[in-house]
Write a protein that binds this ligand. Structure first.
Ligand SMILES: Nc1nc2c(ncn2[C@@H]2O[C@H](COP(=O)(O)OP(=O)(O)O)[C@@H](O)[C@H]2O)c(=O)[nH]1
Ligand SMILES: [Mg+2]
Length: 288
């Protein structure tokens, strides 16, 4: 994996300085810039200082990696054979949901086969969203279940799951609308979808995935709180990881809400997806 700009800054700091006060001040700044959050950055600096500033920068870097690592875990999604599996993709507008769905289909299609996947166009709010999903579906050779614009997203999900069940399809991946400006409406719409899904899919085959844009900063934590409170999230997919110097937001989310990370989105094509690997991610973040 590439070394992030963030990683390069950290690497430069660790190479250039003794571990004095100025070093820790700068490290704290870099951590905050990298989106791990001010509270966590402060805690980490305190712990690192407490462990003794006599340590070499290498020791401090290892310790930093361990501290950040305690807040990170990977979610592995295994598609259960012979059963109906469902991934509900959530997130506010523009974070990368629809693009990520194409990626997830490509990724899981390698093991279950593309003809075992249905896409569900439950972002019915914008006509463009349905068309965008249809375009991905056409390119990837996937069936897309859709209704006309403005129809009830719960009904689209219901149709998709019913169609999958009757055809013996193993995986349904659903798009949703994410109109954050009307939070109460969003939450009740999602809870309705959740209820329909839960009545048709076993809990261990049902995965609720929040897409976060790596560029959104601490606002991503707020988004995760809203969706987690409404539905109980199973994982976060960090999109647009290729276009940012950051990524620490997933550490903030894991720390606050204990939600593991499933994937990184690393570009705009369906192939640009990587299962999340905490060790690699931290090496990248810390420029090691
Ligand atoms: N560079 C980059 N762009 C992405 C990634 N994921 C999505 N995008 C772009 O982000 C924009 C919004 O994506 P879209 O899937 O429509 O977001 P949605 O509104 O949440 O469904 C599009 O221009 C995508 O091509 C990613 O991992 N990397
Ligand atoms: Mg979309």
């Amino acid at each position: 994996m590439k070394s992030s700009i963030f990683g390069k800054k950290i690497a430069r700091l660790f190479n250039a300085r003794k571990t004095d006060d100025a070093f820790f001040d700068e490290l704290e700044e870099i951590l905050i810039e990298g989106d791990v959050g001010a509270a966590l950055a402060m805690d980490i600096i305190d712990e690192l200082k407490g462990a003794g500033r006599a340590g070499s920068s290498e020791t401090v870097r290892e310790r930093l990696k361990t501290l950040l690592g305690t807040h990170l875990s990977a979610a592995e999604i295994d598609i259960k054979p012979g059963r109906l599996n469902f991934i509900l993709v959530l997130g506010v507008n523009g974070v990368g949901k629809t693009t990520s769905i194409a990626k997830l289909a490509r990724y899981f299609g390698k093991t279950v086969g593309m003809d075992n996947i249905i896409l569900s166009a439950a972002d019915t709010f914008r006509a463009a969203a349905v068309e965008q999903l249809q375009t991905h579906g056409d390119r990837l050779g996937l069936k897309v279940v859709r209704q006309e614009r403005g129809s009830d997203p719960g009904a689209v999900i219901y149709d998709s799951l019913a169609s999958a069940a009757s055809r013996g399809v193993r995986l349904v991946i659903a798009d949703t609308a994410g109109r954050m400006h009307n939070k109460q409406h969003l939450v009740s719409e999602l809870q309705k979808i959740d209820k329909i899904a839960a009545s048709r899919v076993d809990r261990e085959c049902y995965h609720k995935m929040l897409v976060i844009d790596a560029n959104t900063g601490q606002n991503g934590l707020r988004q995760a709180e809203v969706f987690h409170e409404a539905l109980g999230l199973d994982s976060v997919l960090l999109a647009k990881y290729d276009s940012t110097s950051k990524g620490g937001i997933v550490i903030a989310i894991s720390r606050q809400l204990s939600i593991p990370v499933s994937f990184l989105g690393t570009g705009e094509t369906p192939d640009d997806i990587e299962p999340f690997n905490p060790g690699e991610f931290l090496n990248d973040l810390l420029g090691t």
